[in-house]
Write a protein that binds this ligand. Sequence first.
Ligand code: ZN
Length: 199
Amino acid sequence: MPQPPDWAAGAIIRAGRRMDAQGWVPATAGNISLRVAPGRIAITASGVHKGMLTHRDVMLVDAAGAAITPGLRPSAETGLHCQLYALLPETEAVLHGHSVAATVLSQVTDTIELEGYELLKAFGAPTHEVRLTVPVVANDQDIPRLAAAIAPALERGAPAYVIRGHGTYVWGRTMNEAMARLEALEFLLACTLERRRIA
Ligand SMILES: [Zn+2]
């Protein structure tokens, strides 16, 4: 079956609209995926606006990121989605956006420390009294090299990561969980940026 199932395309389209409504996917930025079966990932095609997706903009790739759906090209960053599905087997959905907060903060710090926030519970923290470290990795147009730079942080259990001057990657066991984590992370990044502004 070369086309993604309707349920997966629909979930990806809804996620794109939600991310667009928050201003996290300007121009054709960002990408969204869902694992639909072992070795089969539904993902947004290259060069489409995530707030205006149709079923024709969602394609299937294999576990290595090779296109299965004919006539569509996967985003260059598909390899980063495949890496998350391969390294973190519980992961079923991956979201990537380019928010102002992630773009700006990642240019002035090497790690983003989140502590004392109620919303940390979105990442499974039992209380607000935990520290969540979100790693920042240097941007790189060479995706295999970028994936290799990210791998150690994933192996240490990073809950999300930020690519410098570029954007966030967040994942979850369901699309709803991934979206809740993205919303929480973006809220916390915006808080961190505000605190730097008033400090
Ligand atoms: Zn990107």
